[in-house]
Design a protein around this ligand. Sequence first.
Ligand code: SF4
Ligand code: SF4
Length: 382
Amino acid sequence: MVTVRNNLTSLLIKTRLLPSLRFLRNLRFYYLSNHPRQISWAITGLCNSKCIFCEAHEQLSNQKDISTDRVFSLIDEISNTGIRSLLLVGGEVFIRKDIFKILKYIKTKGLRVQVITNSLTIPLLSSEKIEIIKRCVDEISFSLDSTDTEQYDFIRGIPGAFSKVMQSIKLLADARVKQHITTVIYSGNMKQIPDLIRFASELGIRSVHFQLISPATIFENTKAKEGKLQLLPKDEKELDMMDRYILEGIERSKKHQINTNLKFLKLYARTYFQNYLGTGNGKEFFMDSLLKHHRCLSVFTNNFIDYDGSFKLCPLLPALGNVKEEGLQGLLSKGMEFKGVFKKGTIPLKFCKNCFCSADINLEFSCFLFPFQNRRLLWHMH
Ligand code: SF4
Ligand code: SF4
């Protein structure tokens, strides 16, 4: 079954149908739906990692986590609205004490579940708990930012972290859980891009998603970590090197038939970093340097519930309310008003100027809606 699925995935990647199918599936949520395709849910505020580019470890705790009872009733509400997909993130998902009860409950509702984990606690799990992951999680996403032990441990801020992620990948591969890799790119690991693809292939993992480091923080009322700007490429020479690694990565992903978002990174990574280097064209919103017309599709496809219950159309936008106090349906209705503003093409730059994680989907969508105006980018897209 797994081989058939892998072969089918390889065929879709080869024929470039996979991104298009995903993209077309998302369009429905812009034109026809009152709810997003997916909810990303920070199920706990606690994290056991100290990643160099993240404030979670310093800023968060589980004090404000949503109670088990409300988590369960919220799952009911999510299912009743017609949303079929959940992405569980943290903090660290597997630190939450009742997480296995929650996973089992989500499964009874028939929702698709993807989990992003730093994997530090997975090697300690009993076989019963691994079995629950196998039964209830459709895809598990490992944060893997380097193939080098020392560098990986440095990025995570935890000695022995690399060995733990390797053990976790093996454990869950043996349990036949579908796996995925997410990688945050910063100046120190960009030359790892091609290696990470080879590594994924050797581990039997078919998809790697690269995300550019953001010097901003997604945590409200929190300052970005000091020294984060130093983690960005520092000059045009480094950006030239980054472009080369991205192109090499594209070649390698074709060779190993790994699905990646590198074809998008090739288009925007340089402009994104130039904005912070102050060598770009001075536009506050880096997308404006690339696109003549821009629309955000992300707010229509993926909304966010934070660890403290705040409901947001996007992690970078202000909360529309709190699920501890209001029902999800009411919050989604409030969201419809704001979606109308986005449909008209107004981007609230105060919040969106540091947009980083949805650039792929928004670029593709903007080119789809305005092919003539954005023809230069469209030409380079395939
Ligand atoms: S990036 Fe993820 S694993 Fe790392 S500290 Fe932040 S929340 Fe924890
Ligand atoms: S930050 Fe980006 S993804 Fe979020 S609402 Fe703004 S444009 Fe959309």
